[in-house]
Unconditional design. Structure first.
Length: 466
Protein backbone atom coordinates (compact mmCIF):
# COMPACT_ATOMS: atom_id res chain seq x y z
CA UNK A 1 0.00 0.00 0.00
CA UNK A 2 1.55 3.27 -1.10
CA UNK A 3 1.30 6.56 0.79
CA UNK A 4 3.68 8.43 -1.52
CA UNK A 5 0.82 10.07 -3.43
CA UNK A 6 -1.25 10.75 -0.32
CA UNK A 7 -2.57 14.29 -0.02
CA UNK A 8 -1.50 15.43 3.44
CA UNK A 9 -3.46 18.21 5.11
CA UNK A 10 -5.51 20.68 3.14
CA UNK A 11 -7.86 20.74 6.15
CA UNK A 12 -9.38 17.28 5.51
CA UNK A 13 -10.48 14.78 2.91
CA UNK A 14 -14.03 16.02 3.45
CA UNK A 15 -13.03 19.47 2.15
CA UNK A 16 -11.02 17.96 -0.70
CA UNK A 17 -14.22 16.15 -1.64
CA UNK A 18 -16.48 19.20 -1.33
CA UNK A 19 -14.17 22.18 -1.83
CA UNK A 20 -13.74 25.01 0.64
CA UNK A 21 -16.71 27.37 0.77
CA UNK A 22 -16.66 30.92 -0.63
CA UNK A 23 -15.35 33.32 1.99
CA UNK A 24 -17.87 35.28 4.02
CA UNK A 25 -17.08 38.87 4.93
CA UNK A 26 -15.14 39.61 8.12
CA UNK A 27 -16.59 41.82 10.83
CA UNK A 28 -16.67 45.36 9.34
CA UNK A 29 -16.25 47.14 12.68
CA UNK A 30 -17.88 47.58 16.07
CA UNK A 31 -21.39 46.19 16.18
CA UNK A 32 -24.06 44.90 18.54
CA UNK A 33 -26.25 41.82 18.76
CA UNK A 34 -28.65 40.09 21.10
CA UNK A 35 -26.44 36.98 21.10
CA UNK A 36 -22.83 36.75 19.92
CA UNK A 37 -21.56 33.24 19.23
CA UNK A 38 -17.81 32.71 19.02
CA UNK A 39 -17.02 29.75 16.79
CA UNK A 40 -18.55 28.64 13.50
CA UNK A 41 -18.50 24.90 14.02
CA UNK A 42 -21.33 22.55 14.93
CA UNK A 43 -21.83 23.97 18.42
CA UNK A 44 -22.04 27.57 17.28
CA UNK A 45 -24.16 26.89 14.20
CA UNK A 46 -26.59 24.56 15.97
CA UNK A 47 -26.98 27.14 18.75
CA UNK A 48 -27.71 29.88 16.23
CA UNK A 49 -30.20 27.60 14.50
CA UNK A 50 -32.21 26.69 17.59
CA UNK A 51 -32.18 30.21 19.04
CA UNK A 52 -33.36 31.74 15.77
CA UNK A 53 -36.06 29.10 15.38
CA UNK A 54 -37.28 29.72 18.93
CA UNK A 55 -37.10 33.53 18.80
CA UNK A 56 -37.05 34.71 15.16
CA UNK A 57 -36.55 38.39 16.04
CA UNK A 58 -33.23 37.76 17.82
CA UNK A 59 -30.21 39.49 16.31
CA UNK A 60 -27.56 36.75 16.31
CA UNK A 61 -23.95 37.16 15.15
CA UNK A 62 -21.51 34.28 14.66
CA UNK A 63 -17.78 35.09 14.63
CA UNK A 64 -15.44 32.53 13.06
CA UNK A 65 -11.63 32.81 12.97
CA UNK A 66 -11.20 31.00 9.64
CA UNK A 67 -14.34 29.64 7.97
CA UNK A 68 -17.28 27.62 9.24
CA UNK A 69 -16.20 24.04 9.84
CA UNK A 70 -12.46 24.77 9.78
CA UNK A 71 -11.94 22.97 13.09
CA UNK A 72 -13.19 19.62 14.36
CA UNK A 73 -16.56 20.01 12.62
CA UNK A 74 -14.85 19.71 9.24
CA UNK A 75 -12.25 17.10 10.16
CA UNK A 76 -13.98 14.45 12.28
CA UNK A 77 -14.77 10.83 11.49
CA UNK A 78 -18.45 11.40 10.70
CA UNK A 79 -19.70 9.48 13.75
CA UNK A 80 -23.13 10.74 14.72
CA UNK A 81 -23.60 8.61 17.81
CA UNK A 82 -24.93 8.63 21.35
CA UNK A 83 -21.69 8.70 23.32
CA UNK A 84 -21.05 11.60 25.68
CA UNK A 85 -17.83 12.28 27.54
CA UNK A 86 -18.15 12.09 31.31
CA UNK A 87 -21.44 10.23 31.78
CA UNK A 88 -20.02 7.80 34.34
CA UNK A 89 -18.56 10.63 36.38
CA UNK A 90 -21.89 12.46 36.27
CA UNK A 91 -23.50 9.30 37.62
CA UNK A 92 -21.12 9.41 40.60
CA UNK A 93 -21.73 13.12 41.18
CA UNK A 94 -25.50 13.30 40.60
CA UNK A 95 -26.78 9.74 40.81
CA UNK A 96 -27.50 6.97 38.35
CA UNK A 97 -30.93 8.21 37.29
CA UNK A 98 -29.58 11.65 36.38
CA UNK A 99 -26.98 10.02 34.15
CA UNK A 100 -29.66 7.80 32.60
CA UNK A 101 -31.58 10.96 31.65
CA UNK A 102 -28.41 12.35 30.06
CA UNK A 103 -27.91 9.13 28.09
CA UNK A 104 -31.52 9.12 26.91
CA UNK A 105 -31.10 12.71 25.74
CA UNK A 106 -28.08 11.61 23.72
CA UNK A 107 -29.98 8.68 22.22
CA UNK A 108 -32.70 11.10 21.14
CA UNK A 109 -30.14 13.56 19.79
CA UNK A 110 -29.03 11.17 17.07
CA UNK A 111 -32.59 11.10 15.74
CA UNK A 112 -32.89 14.87 16.16
CA UNK A 113 -29.89 15.57 13.91
CA UNK A 114 -31.17 13.15 11.28
CA UNK A 115 -34.62 14.77 11.45
CA UNK A 116 -33.37 18.35 11.11
CA UNK A 117 -31.01 17.46 8.26
CA UNK A 118 -33.95 15.99 6.34
CA UNK A 119 -36.29 18.84 7.29
CA UNK A 120 -33.80 21.50 6.13
CA UNK A 121 -32.79 19.58 2.97
CA UNK A 122 -29.20 19.13 4.13
CA UNK A 123 -27.84 16.14 2.22
CA UNK A 124 -25.02 14.96 4.47
CA UNK A 125 -24.80 11.32 3.30
CA UNK A 126 -26.54 10.25 6.50
CA UNK A 127 -26.99 6.51 6.94
CA UNK A 128 -28.39 5.16 10.20
CA UNK A 129 -26.52 1.87 10.47
CA UNK A 130 -25.77 2.13 14.17
CA UNK A 131 -22.39 1.75 15.87
CA UNK A 132 -20.40 -1.51 15.95
CA UNK A 133 -17.50 -1.73 18.40
CA UNK A 134 -15.35 -4.83 18.07
CA UNK A 135 -12.86 -6.77 20.19
CA UNK A 136 -9.99 -8.84 18.77
CA UNK A 137 -8.00 -9.81 21.87
CA UNK A 138 -9.07 -11.57 25.09
CA UNK A 139 -8.48 -8.38 27.09
CA UNK A 140 -10.55 -6.34 24.65
CA UNK A 141 -13.35 -8.90 24.80
CA UNK A 142 -13.48 -8.66 28.58
CA UNK A 143 -13.66 -4.84 28.36
CA UNK A 144 -16.28 -5.05 25.64
CA UNK A 145 -18.56 -7.28 27.73
CA UNK A 146 -18.19 -4.92 30.70
CA UNK A 147 -18.87 -1.94 28.44
CA UNK A 148 -21.95 -3.61 27.00
CA UNK A 149 -23.35 -4.37 30.46
CA UNK A 150 -22.79 -0.79 31.61
CA UNK A 151 -24.53 0.64 28.55
CA UNK A 152 -27.53 -1.62 29.11
CA UNK A 153 -27.62 -0.47 32.74
CA UNK A 154 -27.82 3.11 31.48
CA UNK A 155 -30.96 2.32 29.52
CA UNK A 156 -29.73 0.98 26.19
CA UNK A 157 -31.96 -2.08 26.21
CA UNK A 158 -31.84 -2.17 22.40
CA UNK A 159 -28.06 -2.75 22.40
CA UNK A 160 -26.93 -6.17 21.09
CA UNK A 161 -23.90 -8.29 22.06
CA UNK A 162 -22.42 -10.39 19.22
CA UNK A 163 -20.02 -13.31 19.22
CA UNK A 164 -17.24 -13.83 16.68
CA UNK A 165 -19.43 -15.31 13.94
CA UNK A 166 -22.14 -12.65 14.23
CA UNK A 167 -19.53 -9.90 14.27
CA UNK A 168 -17.87 -11.08 11.08
CA UNK A 169 -21.27 -11.42 9.42
CA UNK A 170 -21.63 -7.65 9.90
CA UNK A 171 -18.03 -6.55 9.25
CA UNK A 172 -15.28 -9.06 8.58
CA UNK A 173 -12.67 -7.69 10.96
CA UNK A 174 -9.74 -10.09 11.06
CA UNK A 175 -9.53 -11.90 14.37
CA UNK A 176 -12.70 -10.37 15.79
CA UNK A 177 -13.92 -12.33 18.80
CA UNK A 178 -16.97 -10.26 19.66
CA UNK A 179 -18.71 -6.92 19.31
CA UNK A 180 -21.46 -4.73 20.67
CA UNK A 181 -23.92 -2.87 18.45
CA UNK A 182 -26.24 0.01 19.20
CA UNK A 183 -28.84 1.43 16.79
CA UNK A 184 -28.19 4.94 18.14
CA UNK A 185 -25.66 5.96 15.54
CA UNK A 186 -25.25 7.07 11.95
CA UNK A 187 -22.53 7.71 9.43
CA UNK A 188 -22.39 11.11 7.78
CA UNK A 189 -20.20 13.46 5.72
CA UNK A 190 -19.06 16.10 8.24
CA UNK A 191 -18.47 18.94 5.78
CA UNK A 192 -21.76 18.46 3.97
CA UNK A 193 -23.47 18.81 7.34
CA UNK A 194 -21.55 21.91 8.45
CA UNK A 195 -21.89 23.67 5.09
CA UNK A 196 -25.59 22.92 4.94
CA UNK A 197 -26.08 24.10 8.50
CA UNK A 198 -24.22 27.36 7.87
CA UNK A 199 -26.35 28.09 4.79
CA UNK A 200 -29.51 27.25 6.73
CA UNK A 201 -28.80 29.64 9.60
CA UNK A 202 -27.89 32.41 7.17
CA UNK A 203 -31.21 31.90 5.40
CA UNK A 204 -32.92 32.29 8.79
CA UNK A 205 -31.29 35.71 9.20
CA UNK A 206 -28.24 34.91 11.31
CA UNK A 207 -25.13 37.00 10.50
CA UNK A 208 -21.89 35.04 10.05
CA UNK A 209 -18.53 36.83 9.89
CA UNK A 210 -15.57 34.66 8.87
CA UNK A 211 -11.83 35.44 8.94
CA UNK A 212 -12.59 37.17 12.24
CA UNK A 213 -10.55 35.73 15.12
CA UNK A 214 -11.84 36.60 18.57
CA UNK A 215 -8.92 37.54 20.79
CA UNK A 216 -10.82 37.95 24.06
CA UNK A 217 -14.24 37.15 25.46
CA UNK A 218 -15.48 39.40 28.26
CA UNK A 219 -18.92 40.00 29.79
CA UNK A 220 -21.08 41.46 26.99
CA UNK A 221 -18.04 41.83 24.67
CA UNK A 222 -16.30 39.72 22.01
CA UNK A 223 -13.14 41.50 20.92
CA UNK A 224 -11.55 41.02 17.48
CA UNK A 225 -8.86 42.85 15.45
CA UNK A 226 -11.67 44.38 13.37
CA UNK A 227 -13.87 45.65 16.17
CA UNK A 228 -15.91 44.54 19.15
CA UNK A 229 -19.32 42.90 19.16
CA UNK A 230 -21.40 43.89 22.17
CA UNK A 231 -24.18 41.56 23.24
CA UNK A 232 -26.02 40.61 26.45
CA UNK A 233 -25.02 36.99 25.76
CA UNK A 234 -21.60 35.93 24.47
CA UNK A 235 -21.20 32.19 23.92
CA UNK A 236 -17.84 30.41 23.62
CA UNK A 237 -18.17 27.54 21.13
CA UNK A 238 -14.53 27.01 20.19
CA UNK A 239 -13.80 23.41 21.36
CA UNK A 240 -10.16 22.47 20.58
CA UNK A 241 -9.24 26.04 19.66
CA UNK A 242 -10.32 27.41 23.05
CA UNK A 243 -6.65 27.60 24.09
CA UNK A 244 -6.13 30.41 21.54
CA UNK A 245 -8.36 32.76 23.56
CA UNK A 246 -6.95 35.11 26.16
CA UNK A 247 -7.01 33.48 29.59
CA UNK A 248 -8.09 30.06 28.27
CA UNK A 249 -4.73 28.38 27.60
CA UNK A 250 -5.29 25.66 30.21
CA UNK A 251 -9.10 25.38 30.10
CA UNK A 252 -9.38 22.55 27.57
CA UNK A 253 -6.44 20.64 26.18
CA UNK A 254 -6.33 20.55 22.35
CA UNK A 255 -5.90 16.82 21.73
CA UNK A 256 -4.82 15.79 18.24
CA UNK A 257 -6.56 13.10 16.26
CA UNK A 258 -5.59 12.00 12.75
CA UNK A 259 -7.34 10.27 9.87
CA UNK A 260 -6.72 8.61 6.53
CA UNK A 261 -9.10 7.96 3.65
CA UNK A 262 -8.51 5.24 1.07
CA UNK A 263 -9.31 5.36 -2.59
CA UNK A 264 -12.82 4.03 -3.43
CA UNK A 265 -12.72 0.26 -3.01
CA UNK A 266 -13.99 -2.08 -5.74
CA UNK A 267 -16.91 -4.49 -5.18
CA UNK A 268 -14.53 -7.46 -4.92
CA UNK A 269 -12.95 -6.01 -1.80
CA UNK A 270 -16.30 -5.12 -0.27
CA UNK A 271 -17.41 -8.70 -0.86
CA UNK A 272 -14.53 -9.77 1.39
CA UNK A 273 -15.01 -7.03 3.98
CA UNK A 274 -18.79 -7.00 4.17
CA UNK A 275 -19.90 -3.85 6.00
CA UNK A 276 -23.17 -3.76 4.06
CA UNK A 277 -24.91 -2.07 7.02
CA UNK A 278 -22.42 0.82 6.88
CA UNK A 279 -22.19 0.92 10.66
CA UNK A 280 -19.65 3.26 12.16
CA UNK A 281 -16.86 1.00 13.36
CA UNK A 282 -14.71 1.22 16.49
CA UNK A 283 -12.61 -1.08 18.65
CA UNK A 284 -11.80 -1.63 22.32
CA UNK A 285 -8.10 -0.79 22.15
CA UNK A 286 -6.79 1.78 24.62
CA UNK A 287 -5.51 3.94 21.76
CA UNK A 288 -8.72 3.22 19.90
CA UNK A 289 -9.55 3.64 16.22
CA UNK A 290 -12.76 4.84 14.58
CA UNK A 291 -13.86 4.27 11.00
CA UNK A 292 -16.68 4.56 8.50
CA UNK A 293 -17.54 3.26 5.04
CA UNK A 294 -18.15 6.46 3.10
CA UNK A 295 -20.94 7.09 0.63
CA UNK A 296 -18.47 6.66 -2.25
CA UNK A 297 -17.13 3.37 -0.81
CA UNK A 298 -13.88 4.48 0.77
CA UNK A 299 -12.73 3.59 4.26
CA UNK A 300 -12.06 6.64 6.42
CA UNK A 301 -10.18 5.61 9.57
CA UNK A 302 -8.80 7.64 12.45
CA UNK A 303 -6.86 7.39 15.67
CA UNK A 304 -4.18 9.11 17.73
CA UNK A 305 -0.91 10.17 16.14
CA UNK A 306 1.12 12.77 18.02
CA UNK A 307 -1.52 13.41 20.69
CA UNK A 308 -0.56 16.90 21.81
CA UNK A 309 1.69 19.81 20.84
CA UNK A 310 3.65 21.69 23.47
CA UNK A 311 1.98 24.82 24.84
CA UNK A 312 -1.49 23.82 23.59
CA UNK A 313 -0.48 24.72 20.05
CA UNK A 314 -2.92 23.97 17.23
CA UNK A 315 -2.20 23.24 13.59
CA UNK A 316 -3.07 25.42 10.64
CA UNK A 317 -4.00 23.16 7.76
CA UNK A 318 -4.49 19.63 9.07
CA UNK A 319 -1.13 18.28 7.99
CA UNK A 320 -0.06 15.19 9.93
CA UNK A 321 3.18 13.27 10.43
CA UNK A 322 4.26 10.60 7.96
CA UNK A 323 4.71 8.15 10.85
CA UNK A 324 1.07 8.71 11.84
CA UNK A 325 -0.11 7.97 8.31
CA UNK A 326 1.89 4.74 8.31
CA UNK A 327 0.54 3.76 11.73
CA UNK A 328 -3.06 4.31 10.65
CA UNK A 329 -2.42 2.37 7.45
CA UNK A 330 -1.06 -0.50 9.54
CA UNK A 331 -4.25 -0.51 11.63
CA UNK A 332 -6.34 -0.60 8.46
CA UNK A 333 -4.41 -3.55 7.03
CA UNK A 334 -4.48 -5.43 10.32
CA UNK A 335 -8.27 -5.07 10.46
CA UNK A 336 -8.76 -5.77 6.75
CA UNK A 337 -5.76 -7.55 5.14
CA UNK A 338 -7.41 -7.34 1.70
CA UNK A 339 -6.68 -3.59 1.73
CA UNK A 340 -2.90 -4.16 1.69
CA UNK A 341 -2.58 -2.86 -1.88
CA UNK A 342 -5.08 -0.04 -1.60
CA UNK A 343 -3.98 3.56 -2.13
CA UNK A 344 -4.33 6.07 0.71
CA UNK A 345 -5.72 9.16 -0.97
CA UNK A 346 -5.76 11.61 1.93
CA UNK A 347 -4.46 12.12 5.47
CA UNK A 348 -5.22 14.91 7.90
CA UNK A 349 -5.44 15.84 11.56
CA UNK A 350 -7.35 18.15 13.87
CA UNK A 351 -7.85 18.98 17.51
CA UNK A 352 -10.62 18.12 19.94
CA UNK A 353 -11.26 19.69 23.33
CA UNK A 354 -10.38 17.70 26.48
CA UNK A 355 -11.25 19.02 29.96
CA UNK A 356 -9.07 17.92 32.87
CA UNK A 357 -11.71 15.46 34.08
CA UNK A 358 -12.70 14.34 30.53
CA UNK A 359 -16.29 15.58 31.01
CA UNK A 360 -18.24 17.49 28.37
CA UNK A 361 -20.19 20.45 29.74
CA UNK A 362 -22.58 23.25 28.85
CA UNK A 363 -23.17 26.34 30.96
CA UNK A 364 -24.48 29.90 31.14
CA UNK A 365 -23.26 32.32 33.82
CA UNK A 366 -26.38 34.35 34.55
CA UNK A 367 -24.38 37.09 36.28
CA UNK A 368 -22.23 37.85 33.22
CA UNK A 369 -24.15 36.50 30.22
CA UNK A 370 -21.16 34.36 29.28
CA UNK A 371 -21.93 30.84 28.11
CA UNK A 372 -19.96 27.93 26.78
CA UNK A 373 -20.26 24.37 25.59
CA UNK A 374 -17.69 21.77 24.66
CA UNK A 375 -15.01 19.48 25.97
CA UNK A 376 -16.57 16.71 23.91
CA UNK A 377 -13.39 14.57 23.85
CA UNK A 378 -14.10 13.47 20.29
CA UNK A 379 -17.81 12.73 20.66
CA UNK A 380 -19.03 16.08 19.42
CA UNK A 381 -20.92 15.36 16.20
CA UNK A 382 -24.09 14.59 18.16
CA UNK A 383 -23.25 16.19 21.51
CA UNK A 384 -22.96 19.62 19.87
CA UNK A 385 -26.63 19.43 18.99
CA UNK A 386 -27.69 18.62 22.54
CA UNK A 387 -25.43 21.40 23.82
CA UNK A 388 -26.98 23.89 21.41
CA UNK A 389 -30.54 23.08 22.43
CA UNK A 390 -29.47 23.35 26.06
CA UNK A 391 -27.87 26.77 25.49
CA UNK A 392 -31.10 27.87 23.83
CA UNK A 393 -33.11 26.81 26.86
CA UNK A 394 -30.67 28.40 29.30
CA UNK A 395 -30.84 31.74 27.49
CA UNK A 396 -34.63 31.62 27.29
CA UNK A 397 -34.76 30.80 30.99
CA UNK A 398 -32.38 33.63 31.87
CA UNK A 399 -34.28 36.16 29.75
CA UNK A 400 -37.59 35.20 31.37
CA UNK A 401 -39.10 33.55 28.30
CA UNK A 402 -39.33 30.13 29.96
CA UNK A 403 -38.57 28.22 33.12
CA UNK A 404 -36.30 25.23 33.65
CA UNK A 405 -36.63 22.48 31.06
CA UNK A 406 -35.69 18.83 30.87
CA UNK A 407 -32.46 19.86 29.16
CA UNK A 408 -31.42 22.58 31.63
CA UNK A 409 -31.64 20.10 34.51
CA UNK A 410 -29.34 17.48 32.96
CA UNK A 411 -26.28 16.76 35.11
CA UNK A 412 -23.70 18.18 32.70
CA UNK A 413 -25.18 21.68 32.91
CA UNK A 414 -22.98 24.08 34.85
CA UNK A 415 -20.26 21.50 35.56
CA UNK A 416 -16.90 23.07 36.38
CA UNK A 417 -13.45 21.51 36.49
CA UNK A 418 -9.95 22.63 37.37
CA UNK A 419 -7.52 23.73 34.69
CA UNK A 420 -4.82 21.57 33.16
CA UNK A 421 -1.34 21.63 34.63
CA UNK A 422 1.17 24.19 33.31
CA UNK A 423 3.89 23.16 30.89
CA UNK A 424 5.92 21.05 30.68
CA UNK A 425 3.78 18.86 32.93
CA UNK A 426 0.78 18.56 30.64
CA UNK A 427 2.97 17.75 27.62
CA UNK A 428 4.81 15.08 29.60
CA UNK A 429 1.57 13.72 31.04
CA UNK A 430 -0.31 13.42 27.75
CA UNK A 431 2.60 11.90 25.83
CA UNK A 432 3.35 9.53 28.69
CA UNK A 433 -0.29 8.47 28.86
CA UNK A 434 -0.52 7.59 25.15
CA UNK A 435 2.86 5.87 25.17
CA UNK A 436 1.48 3.70 27.97
CA UNK A 437 -1.74 3.00 26.05
CA UNK A 438 0.14 1.96 22.92
CA UNK A 439 2.45 -0.29 24.90
CA UNK A 440 -0.55 -1.86 26.63
CA UNK A 441 -2.25 -2.47 23.28
CA UNK A 442 0.87 -4.19 21.93
CA UNK A 443 1.10 -6.48 24.95
CA UNK A 444 -2.61 -7.32 24.82
CA UNK A 445 -2.35 -8.27 21.13
CA UNK A 446 0.12 -11.01 22.02
CA UNK A 447 -1.36 -12.07 25.34
CA UNK A 448 -3.95 -14.81 25.93
CA UNK A 449 -4.96 -13.26 29.25
CA UNK A 450 -8.38 -11.55 29.49
CA UNK A 451 -7.34 -8.88 31.98
CA UNK A 452 -6.62 -5.27 31.01
CA UNK A 453 -2.91 -4.49 30.99
CA UNK A 454 -1.99 -2.89 34.34
CA UNK A 455 -0.03 -0.10 32.63
CA UNK A 456 -3.23 1.05 30.89
CA UNK A 457 -5.07 1.05 34.21
CA UNK A 458 -2.35 3.22 35.71
CA UNK A 459 -2.53 5.59 32.74
CA UNK A 460 -6.29 5.91 33.22
CA UNK A 461 -5.82 6.87 36.86
CA UNK A 462 -3.08 9.37 36.01
CA UNK A 463 -5.21 10.98 33.32
CA UNK A 464 -8.24 11.29 35.58
CA UNK A 465 -10.40 9.26 33.20
CA UNK A 466 -11.61 6.86 35.92
Amino acid sequence: MSTVSTVNGGISFWYADQGTPPAREPLPGDSSADVCIVGGGYTGLWTAYYLKKAVPFLNITVLEAKFCGYGASGRNGGWLYNGIAGRDRYAKLHGHEAAVRLQQAMNDTVDEVVRIAAEEDIDADVHQGGVLEVAYTPAQLARLKDFHSVEVAFGETDRVLHGARETCARVNVTGAVGSTWTPHGARLHPVKLVKGLASTVEALGVTIHESTPVTAIEPKHARTPYGTVRAPYVLRCTEGFTANLKGQRRTWLPMNSSMIATEPLPPTLWDAIGWEGRETLGDMAHAYMYAQRTADDRIALGGRGVPYHFGSATDNDGRTQRATIEALRDILVRLFPVTAGVRIDHAWSGVLGVPRDWCATVALDRSTGLGWAGGYVGSGVATTNLAARTLRDLIQQDSGQSGPTELTTLPWVGHKVRKWEPEPFRWLGVHGMYAAYRAADRRELSSPRPGTDPVAKAADRLAGRH
